[in-house]
Structures are given as C-alpha cells and as structure tokens.
Design a protein around this ligand. Sequence first.
Ligand SMILES: [Zn+2]
Length: 412
Amino acid sequence: MKKEYAKMDAASLHLANKKVVLKLIKHNSQISRSALAKESGLTPPSITRIVDELINVDGLVESLGVGNSSGGRPPMIVKFKNENNYIIGIDLGATYIRGCMVDLNANFISEIQVPTELEKGFTSIVDKVIKMIHKLQSRKEASAKIWGVGIGVAGLVNSKTGIIESSPDFGWTNIDLRKELENHLDLPFFYDNSTRLMALGELKMGAKENQKNFAVINIGYGIASGLVVEGNLLKGFSGFAGEFGHIPVDTDSDVQCKCGMYGCLEALASGHRIASLGKQALAENRSEILKELCMGNAELITAELVARAAKKGDPASMKIYDDVAEYLCKGIGTIANLLNPETVYIGGGISLNGDLLFDLIDQKRDKYLLAGNARVNIQPSTFGDQATSIGAVSVVLNKILNLELSGNMVEI
Ligand SMILES: [Zn+2]
C-alpha cells in the first residue's frame, strides 16, 4: 500500500513538472533546454526526459535543433508546436451560430457563421452545429490534429455534465447536447455558459495584463454577465453565478420577464425588448423612419434596425435606446458598487451597433456609481462578435496546457 502511494506521488510530481515546462515553452515560444532547466529549477536530465515526452508522446513541442552559441556548448532550442494543432470554438447563440478553428496560439485558421433559425427546433440546430464542425475540420491539413471543441450556450449550462439545464432563449430544459454531438463526432467536447466564456476569453486572451477584477456583460437576445473577481471566474455555489439579466431595475414595471418576475433588466433592456418596442412604435404609427427602414414589415424590425433609425434622428427609436441605456446603467451601477471592477466590458449583439449605446451610457453612468467606483471603465468587449468562441477556445487550451487531453499519463 505504501509503495502504491509512493508510485502515485512520483507520477503526480512528474506531471506537475511537465506542466511547468510546457507552460514555460508556451510562454517563451522558443527556449533552450538549458534555459528551461534554469527557469524551472529542474535538473538537465529531467528536462531532457520531459521535453522528449512533450515532443514524441504529446506532440505539443518540436525541436528546432542547435542554436547559436556564444562560447561553450551550443544550445538545443525547442519550440511550442502551435501549428497543425487546432481547437474549435462554437458560439451557439439564439440569433447566430458562430464557429472558428484556431491554432494553439489562437491564430484564426477558419471562421463560419450561420443563422440559428430557432423556429426550426432542436434537431435542426444540432444538425447545423455538426455540419459546422465537419466543415471546419475539412479546412485543416490531413496531418493536423483537432484537440477538442469548446461550446458556449446561452442559459444555465452544467459544465461538468454538458447538460443545458435551462435556456430560456432556446426554450430548452435539461437538454443533453453532449450526447447528441458525441453520437456524430469523435472529439472531446466542453460546454459552458456563453457569457461566462466571454469573461474567460477576456481573462485569458483579451483584458490587459494583470487585470484581476472585471465584469463582462452580454447584451443580446437576453442579458447575462461573467464576473472575474481577484483573477478567478466567479461560478457560484451551483455554477450559475452572473445572472445579471434578472436583477430588478423597475419594481413598478408590468413587463414580465421570461423568468416569471416583473421588471428584470433583461425584460426591459435586451435586444428582444428593443425590437418589440420598435414594432410597437411602428404599429402606433410613431416612427416614419422605422417604417421606411423596414418597408412597413414589422417582422424585419430588429434591435439593429432600431439603432439605425435612432442614428438617423428618429425620436421614437432614440427614446427606446435612451430608456435601455438608463436601465443598463442601473444594472452596471449595481455590479460596480458591489464588486468594484476595474472595467465593465460590454459584448453581445447590441454592443455591435456603434457608439450610440456607449455614448448614452457615458451620459448616464455617474448617477448610479458611488464615488469610489466612478472610475470604472465601461467599454466594448475586446473580441466583438467572436468573444464567446474565443472563450470556448480558451477552455480547451487550458485543458491542453494542463495535459488533461494528452491521455498519456506516464508510468514511473
Ligand atoms: Zn427575469
């Protein structure tokens, strides 16, 4: 029994050392074996063994041969093998499904976007995701490897089981998307809430270095947030932290939210709400500009079209965005006063309509911020409409760098 523990400890220690070496190589792009020994504190024979494994077993490192020497033995240079090693990230949104394939340095290799067409139902959506992954796979070299697929979905997603416990945007309850996809594709899949992934992508690849406290707000069909506190993504007791869309911003409101409550931020300021207020303005004949833009067809009115009408000076559309900005500032004030973030990033479809919303937020924000939080930056998310897919990619990259996908636990 004692011997077994000793064996396990040696294996764990080896794995921990291997992770350190892999991260050093990734961080430096290229590094000599002797510099690796110096930076990691491991002995040259240990470095040789670990690097050889990373080259020959894991396929994550390659040897560049002998470098230039300034006297003494020439250095043996190794490099992080980002080429021909790919990750797929999917943003499964209620309006669009976006997919990308990136290399291990997050360089884009290929991107695809298709409309979700919610009304066609679950089977059609699953079919679209499968086709998208096949298409992305077909764009890689035959010898290249896809390490895994990260998928972001709007709603309450159990990242351990991959079950979408509830997604009001899709009208799904306890949907086992993982099972459906794994029946068709032999790849490791990882799931999480789309906004939490936006925050993870911002943390790992976007937000300026050393930024440890920030929020990402996703304003699209619904509203949600991903919160980073002291450098950690906040998950909460059951993994459902960040339901920013359901904080009440007007307790007298008679607008009922999808969650059943009245006056939630999502009910009053989401893309869905903006479009429905635009349709109402058209029906009540209050907007000539909107009527012109949608050619009299209410079905064509989207939040983006209302933004275009507002920019053309339409008073009814301007009022819609003005009210929405007021509610959002109330919500942002709540987050900022509670968590004291350095930055609040705004992503999602509504954030892509230019300066209109950000200018209105700038005018109103200070009303809702305590003096100590007044310096908070409010700005668009770093990756625009790719924010969720970049976050989905980050999940898989984390697993790769922690050697959780190599499947090659080494016997000691
Ligand atoms: Zn609600």
